[in-house]
Design a protein around this ligand. Structure first.
Ligand SMILES: Cc1cc2nc3c(=O)[nH]c(=O)nc-3n(C[C@H](O)[C@H](O)[C@H](O)COP(=O)(O)OP(=O)(O)OC[C@H]3O[C@@H](n4cnc5c(N)ncnc54)[C@H](O)[C@@H]3O)c2cc1C
Length: 552
């Protein structure tokens, strides 16, 4: 593997040279030090490094640079080298502005000029950046190649899976000469897409998520058979439980069906999570949480579906889709909710072919100059409209109700008002989706008059609420009529504990009808559907796990 790159960006040639000199002195033997004197030059250099397959470990950027300041540069650099750790170099006078902007680009550290002596001020910061990068940034796969068709639902699913798991990949359409060449070299035909090629040349034809995960170096198998705590679901609640469980000494494994981050990981910008006054993207929040959980020693398994839960004596046994099992003293169910599907003719056939559930960020570049429709009136739909307005020619938000006020936060309504290419259509629903192999048109229906009209549409993103997918827990834990898992005081009706409850105490606050099985986040009946509450419940569940374990 080529030496990892440490990049320094500063418009002042003197400062730039002296940072590079200090870095070379300490890190030169094992790293390549790359110097740039403007944000634009640095972005070009990063693109070239990526093409040449050279890993970028860390970037140290000056805040005050003409043309493109350090924050703007780092924001763009994140798209090119998402794993590289980031530090900002600021003068004392700029500290406030830098701190305000820090959350926008998820800067790991900021450093004050001058950084003398480097042993005290510069090297500890760079050491920390490199440590973090080594833990999470070095993947055995540098770049996976995905060959597929723009309108193949399976190709979309493979790209979405890679993107949500932060695995870098390069996309080739099988209509392009290079895509066609790769397909024929692998002996595959265009109707067998997607084809994945790993850097070591392994080819996977129409692979499952689990096959992609294994080939891309994601952890899919547990190291043990018995744990203190199994967390099911890797959204904010599950990650919260994994961080608190592992940091408090519990042997913890988290099992995630698709990609850590859950719904929050798909949010383009979460504005109301405490501590992030400028908002934070779901991907950044997830990346930080994942790093934090692994730092404390939690095992995170990806692309593993839990299909059954069973109490065997004091053990809580969790079965995977392939029939294998692990067991634990306690379980936290953090399986959240999944998008509800839109019921209209044409939708099912065109899903993944112009119709998408959730914000499907991988589709953003393909929406450039196109007409995009977003369905839904809640915050998630509002965020998506803001996000796609930066890419699409027009964004139309379709809302069934008479206004957004009842369902969307005031700050988002104000943001949408101010964006010129966003139109909100209330009292409107989709009656049909049409197209030959991919979405081309929508038939919209006015809910008041019943009048229908057909509009051209290139892409439609659906956000119409969500439902828990807890059918596999039927007959195991008590659930409400909508499938949310009931917990704590909710389970005690007229002073009676749930049937089969074996203990001489009531269920703890987040405990289900099976002792030692706790529930956190959106999957819990009567829960608040928020990132903060999911994380809080994840942490609280671990405290209750300790209380439960103390009784054993
Ligand atoms: C687009 C969007 C934007 C949002 N914006 C905001 C916002 O700005 N502020 C805010 O506070 N909230 C926001 N929310 C809501 C917030 O994201 C959720 O409340 C939060 O993610 C709930 O966390 P959770 O961990 O309970 O569940 P989820 O995030 O739903 O995660 C559950 C995880 O469990 C996995 N899973 C499910 N079943 C299984 C199984 N059987 N085996 C293995 N894994 C399984 C799923 O794949 C998923 O990753 C937004 C939601 C969306 C969709």
């Amino acid at each position: 593997m080529p030496k990892p790159v440490l990049m320094t960006v500063d418009d002042d040639p003197g400062v730039s040279r002296s940072v590079a000199r200090d870095l070379r002195r300490r890190y030169g033997q094992d790293h390549r030090i790359v110097r740039a004197e403007s944000g634009r030059d640095a972005l070009d250099a990063l693109r070239e490094l990526v093409l040449r397959g050279e890993p970028v470990a860390a970037i140290l950027a000056d805040y005050r640079m003409p043309g493109m300041n350090g924050i703007e540069f780092l924001e763009q650099a994140m798209d090119i080298v998402p794993d590289a750790r980031r530090a900002l170099l600021t003068a004392y006078a700029d500290t406030d502005a830098a701190i305000r902007a820090i959350n926008v680009v998820d800067v790991d550290h900021y450093l004050l000029k001058p950084w003398d002596p480097p042993e005290e001020k510069l090297y500890p910061v760079i050491d920390a950046l490199l440590d973090t990068w080594r833990t999470v940034g070095v993947r055995p796969v540098e770049q996976v190649r995905v060959i597929g068709h723009r309108w193949s639902a399976e190709s979309f699913a493979a790209r979405d899976f890679l993107a949500r798991n932060s695995v870098p990949y390069r996309w080739y359409s099988c209509d392009e000469p290079e895509g066609a060449r790769l397909l024929s070299a692998a002996g595959a035909s265009p109707d067998q897409v997607p084809l994945l090629i790993t850097p070591d040349g392994t080819t996977l034809v129409a692979p499952s998520d689990a096959q992609i995960a294994t080939a891309c170096g994601l952890t899919t198998d547990p190291t043990g058979e018995f744990y203190d705590l199994v967390v099911i679901g890797g959204g904010p609640a599950g990650l919260g439980s994994a961080v608190y469980g592992a940091s408090e000494g519990l042997r913890t494994v988290l099992v995630e069906r698709t990609a850590t981050g859950g719904q929050a990981g798909q949010s383009s910008r979460i504005e109301n999570y405490l501590g992030f006054p400028d908002g934070v993207s779901g991907a950044q929040l997830t990346d930080r949480a994942r790093r934090q959980a692994t730092k404390f020693g939690a095992e995170l398994l990806t692309a593993r579906d839990v299909v059954a839960l069973e109490a065997r004596g004091s053990a809580r046994v969790v079965r995977f889709g392939d029939g294998s099992e692990i067991a634990a003293h306690a379980v936290v169910l953090a399986t959240g909710v999944s998008y509800r599907s839109l019921d209209a003719p044409g939708i099912a056939e065109l899903t993944g072919r112009g119709v998408y559930y959730g914000s499907a960020a991988t589709e953003a570049p393909a929406c450039a100059g196109k007409d995009v429709y977003i369905i839904g009136g809640a915050n998630s739909a509002g965020q998506a409209a803001v996000f796609f307005s930066r890419h699409a020619s027009t964004v139309t938000l379709l809302v069934r109700g008479p206004s957004l006020e009842a369902s969307m936060s005031h700050y988002l309504i104000k943001q949408l008002d101010a964006i010129e290419n966003v139109v909100v259509r209330t009292r409107t629903e989709v009656a049909e989706a049409c197209g030959d192999g991919h979405l081309e048109r929508l038939v919209l229906s006015d809910r008041e008059t019943g009048e229908k009209r057909s509009v051209d549409a290139d892409a439609m993103f659906v956000f119409i609420g969500a439902a828990p997918r807890t059918e596999w827990l039927d007959g195991v834990v008590a659930r409400d009529a909508r499938g949310f898992v009931r917990t704590g005081p909710d389970l005690v009706v007229d002073g009676k504990r749930p049937s089969g409850w074996p203990l001489e105490r009531d269920p703890y606050h987040l405990e289900s009808s099976v002792p030692g099985v706790f529930v956190a986040g959106d999957a819990r009946a009567e829960s608040v559907k928020r990132v903060a509450s999911a994380v809080g419940e994840g942490a609280m569940a671990v405290t209750l796990v300790h209380r439960y374990l103390a009784e054993q």
